[in-house]
Design a protein around this ligand. Structure first.
Ligand code: ATP
Ligand code: MG
Length: 393
């Protein structure tokens, strides 16, 4: 048993001693069997939330209406979810109401993929009702039960299937792929935020080309926000051997391939319900990427982009087949006389007090002029030099 599971064993044992069943479930079991690192240990139990709360000193109601209680143990949190079925699906979305049940089988049946429907007990015994172990072995992504039915219940599962194909570098089983092709339009019923999570995990997976190939083959991408008419972009994407490190890189690449300007890029990111912070990062990196690919990187581009944006743009440029010397770019950046307006040896206050300049729009223009001259190395960044330059102007 991996250490994370060992640490959680007393919790399983406490639940069992009270006469209930408890198992490790979901991603942690799958990843353990694959020898991958696990992030969070999820536990499923026949005990109802109130019964769990009665068993432990410290609990938090993280999702009690869905049957989830978090148990705090030695500074660790463990989510314990009551066995449940999701019987009342409406509009192809995950239901709001869940029904608690006492049987593990019912709980595993409502899970999305066979490799995600494995349970492990305190002794390390695996419960595998849907040949999930075989599929892990054969590296196959397969829906639990009738794929088409399962995608009707919750259309996000199609996106998850493709995401796991990329993340684990597994292949999509034929019937599951076929069911995605048939039901792809149902994805439009799903909240953008949920699609977003899967899309980014797909793009940052072990083999994005594989997930992308499935997105294209099933046409599922056409039902993602703003991708409907992007067939050429997706064809291009599938041909790249992508190795991206973060979300900013994903969107910078997309915006570049979609040939978007700043306004359109912001619109794309808004449609995907991205944060303002991410929008800023992407727009900055995109501008730098264009300069890099057009060989027009100068002091102004370096200055406006900053080290983080340069790293993002360079990584994306490499994906597109450009030969980039990031070290060189970073050295040029480091050699800039100033890194921001704050570094300028004068500011508005000094100009008003010591150069007799009046507050107003003219002041901003003068500061911008000094900033430019310093950046180009035409003026030293010293107060006396800058004030003298203004006096002779
Ligand atoms: P990750 O490593 O990305 O967290 P995970 O498999 O743990 O992968 P979660 O989203 O954390 O994914 O979900 C935990 C488990 O809940 C899954 O393994 C699966 O059994 C089940 N599950 C999650 N989403 C769905 C869904 N939309 N439909 C059915 N079962 C789901
Ligand atoms: Mg998880």
């Amino acid at each position: 048993l991996p250490v994370q599971f060992q640490a959680a064993l007393p919790i399983l044992e406490t639940i069992q001693a009270a006469g209930f069943e408890a198992y490790f479930v979901g991603g942690s079991v799958r990843d353990t069997l694959l020898g991958l690192p696990i992030h969070d240990v999820d536990i499923a139990s026949s005990a109802y939330p109130q019964e769990i709360k009665a068993l432990f000193q410290k609990t938090v109601d993280t999702g009690i209406e869905h049957g989830t209680v978090m148990v705090l143990d030695h500074g660790q949190g463990y989510e314990i979810t009551t066995f449940r079925t999701e019987s009342t699906y409406q509009d192809f979305r995950r239901p709001d109401k869940v029904e608690f049940v006492r049987s593990l089988e019912e709980d595993l049946k409502r899970r999305d993929l066979t490799i995600n429907a494995l349970a492990m007990d305190a002794q390390g015994q695996i419960v595998d009702l849907f040949h999930g172990l075989e599929d892990l072995d054969a590296q196959v992504i397969r829906a639990v039960g009738d794929a088409s039915e399962r995608f009707h219940e919750d259309a996000l599962r199609m996106m998850r299937a493709v995401r796991f194909a990329s993340q684990l570098d597994f292949s999509l089983e034929a019937e599951t792929a076929q069911a995605i092709a048939v039901n792809a339009p149902l994805l439009e019923k799903i909240a953008v935020e949920r699609i977003h999570v899967e899309w980014i995990k797909l793009m940052l997976g072990k083999n994005p080309a594989r997930g992308l190939a499935s997105l294209v083959a099933t046409k599922l991408y056409q039902f993602c926000p703003s991708f409907a008419k992007q067939a050429p972009v997706f064809d291009r994407l599938t041909q790249l051997e992508l190795q991206l490190d973060d979300e900013a890189q994903v969107w910078t690449l997309l915006a570049y391939l979609m040939d978007l300007d700043v306004k359109q890029t912001n619109m794309l990111l808004r449609q995907w319900k991205s944060s303002k912070d991410l929008m800023g990062q992407v727009v900055t990196a995109l501008t730098a990427l264009r300069a890099i690919t057009q060989n027009s990187v100068d002091q102004f581009v370096l200055y406006a982009t900053g080290p983080k944006g340069l790293a993002t743009a360079s990584q994306v440029a490499v994906q597109l087949g450009f030969k980039i010397d990031l070290k060189q770019l970073q050295a040029s950046y480091a050699a800039l006389p100033i890194k921001s307006k704050k570094d300028l040896a004068v500011d508005g206050g000094i100009l008003i007090k010591e150069a007799g300049i009046k507050p107003g729009p003219g002041l901003g223009k003068i500061l911008a002029f000094l900033e430019k001259e310093v950046l180009l190395g035409r003026l030293l960044n010293e107060k006396t030099t800058l004030l003298a330059a203004l006096a002779t102007k």
